[in-house]
Design a protein around this ligand. Structure first.
Ligand code: G3P
Length: 211
């Protein structure tokens, strides 16, 4: 499973990019607003740090308007992927951008039906939101499993980005369900390296080396 970083914080991206295991980045309007910066500036800077897909989200509008926004964003860098909302207009824009050869990421996916629509519209990626499904009392892990089954049944090329990842369990569940990618906040990425037994083992080895 590929690991993307889910943030608009350039310092965090700079640090994580050096680890050599992050192959893409995703942003959304909330993450951009948190940094208080312009979307275009942020994604340009990310493209200097990560050589992989970088999702930039359009503002929700009519299909035509989102296609126009997408064309402008796509000019920023060859790695830009246009994040579109899971709406009728979003799907229409997805189909149009696919025809134009512009990569898309249909976001805010919460059901197999939505995923199916996006796959049929030619989405490059879809982003089911694990954490928000759990928040609503359902299972984010099950959603990923069902979407993977549906995609494998029909051989769609659309890749699944497990999103709204809040903890290590989400990462594990996404990987076990066969998600292509998980987009992960910086704090969770840092935790993925840690295990108390690794720390304990290190201490034992350090003490032994001193002797
Ligand atoms: O990848 C989407 C993500 O940024 C949303 O996460 O925690 O706001 O549900 P969250």
């Amino acid at each position: 499973m590929k690991l993307f970083i889910d943030t608009a914080n350039i310092e965090h991206i700079r640090i994580a990019a050096k680890w050599g295991c992050i192959s893409g980045a995703t942003t959304n309007p909330s993450l951009i607003a948190k940094e208080g910066r312009k979307l275009e500036d942020v994604v340009k800077e990310i493209s200097d740090l990560i050589d992989g897909p970088i999702s930039a989200e359009v503002a929700e509008a009519s299909a035509n308007e989102m296609v126009e926004q997408a064309k402008e964003l796509a000019k920023i860098h060859r790695n830009i992927v246009i994040k579109l909302p899971m709406t009728i207009d979003g799907i229409e824009a997805c189909a149009e951008l696919t025809k134009l050869g512009i990569k898309t990421n249909v976001t805010l996916v919460f059901s197999v039906h939505q995923a199916l629509m996006a796959c049929e519209a030619g989405a490059t990626y879809i982003s089911p939101f694990m954490g928000r499904v759990d928040d609503a009392g359902d299972s984010g892990a099950e959603l990923i499993e069902k979407i993977m089954t549906m995609i494998n049944n029909y051989g769609y090329e659309t890749q699944v980005i497990a999103a709204s990842i809040r903890n290590l369990s989400h990462v594990e569940q996404a990987a076990l369900a066969g998600a292509d990618i998980a987009t992960i906040p910086f704090a969770v990425l840092e935790k993925m390296v840690k295990h108390p037994l690794t720390d304990a083992g290190l201490k034992i080895f350090k003490d032994a080396a001193k002797k």
